[in-house]
Design a protein around this ligand. Structure first.
Ligand code: SAH
Length: 215
């Protein structure tokens, strides 16, 4: 049983719509996905708060507004195939899975990958494909992708991800050193050219590589 429809609707109205997110498909996905199922037991009562929450291993589930804004920026069509780097709890992947055909998501920390895989199977998502590994190199076997969303911050835009973006595709990625904030970039592949635009300031955990402190 879903005990949280009211907090979820309140979250959508006060955190998402009031900040200018209007895409009806994105709003519907946020209404459908039970965010409280994606946080650790101790945080269930805070699942609909206006901020990120810890999910263990020093990682976080992103603030609902950031999930909504990044998803809207991707301008997804229903038959899209999308790559996510940084599965974390699996919440962003579930939001995507409500909107599009296939989601491919990569997580570098094995316990988080295993937990997300179990959670998404329990919630009956059949169009989310998970992999444990370093998402810096993307997932070439399934490329190109109509959209790519990166939910951990590298200090530059990984070239393999640009290479795996389909013609007309959009990538949204936080870039910058750890500190107060990073810049969220929108990368578009149009007519064989790559266009990059800064969108807003965000704060993400770092994109780690195997061997530099990532688990
Ligand atoms: N999208 C997530 C939140 C992401 S937190 C959600 O909806 O809950 C960022 C995640 O990226 C963390 O789980 C972190 O372990 C993972 N990560 C960091 N570097 C990575 C890399 N190189 N490849 C894949 N995942 C990475």
């Amino acid at each position: 049983m879903d005990c949280y429809p009211m907090p979820r609707q309140h979250m959508i109205r006060t955190q998402i719509q009031q900040r200018g997110i209007t895409n009806p498909d994105v709003l519907r996905a946020l209404e459908k996905v039970p965010r409280h199922e994606f946080v650790p037991p101790d945080y269930v009562a805070r699942a609909y708060e206006d901020g990120p929450l810890p999910i263990g291993h020093g990682q976080t589930i992103s603030q609902p507004y950031i999930v909504a804004a990044m998803t809207e920026l991707l301008r997804l069509s229903a038959n899209a195939r999308v790559l996510e780097v940084g599965t974390g709890s699996g919440y962003q992947a579930a939001i995507l899975a409500e909107l599009i055909r296939e989601v491919y998501t990569i997580e570098i920390i094995e316990p988080l990958y295993l937990e997300a895989r179990c959670r998404l199977a329990r919630l009956a998502y059949t169009n989310i494909h998970l992999r444990c590994g370093d998402g810096y190199s993307g997932w070439p076997e399934y490329a190109p992708f109509d959209a790519i969303i990166v939910t951990a911050a590298p200090d530059h835009i990984p070239q393999p991800l640009i290479d795996q973006l389909a013609e007309g595709g959009r990538m949204i990625i936080p870039v910058g050193p750890q500190g107060d904030y990073q810049e969220l970039w929108l990368v578009e592949r149009v007519g064989g050219r790559v266009k990059k635009k800064r969108v807003m300031r965000v704060a993400f955990v770092p994109l780690t590589r195997h061997g530099d402190g990532g688990e």
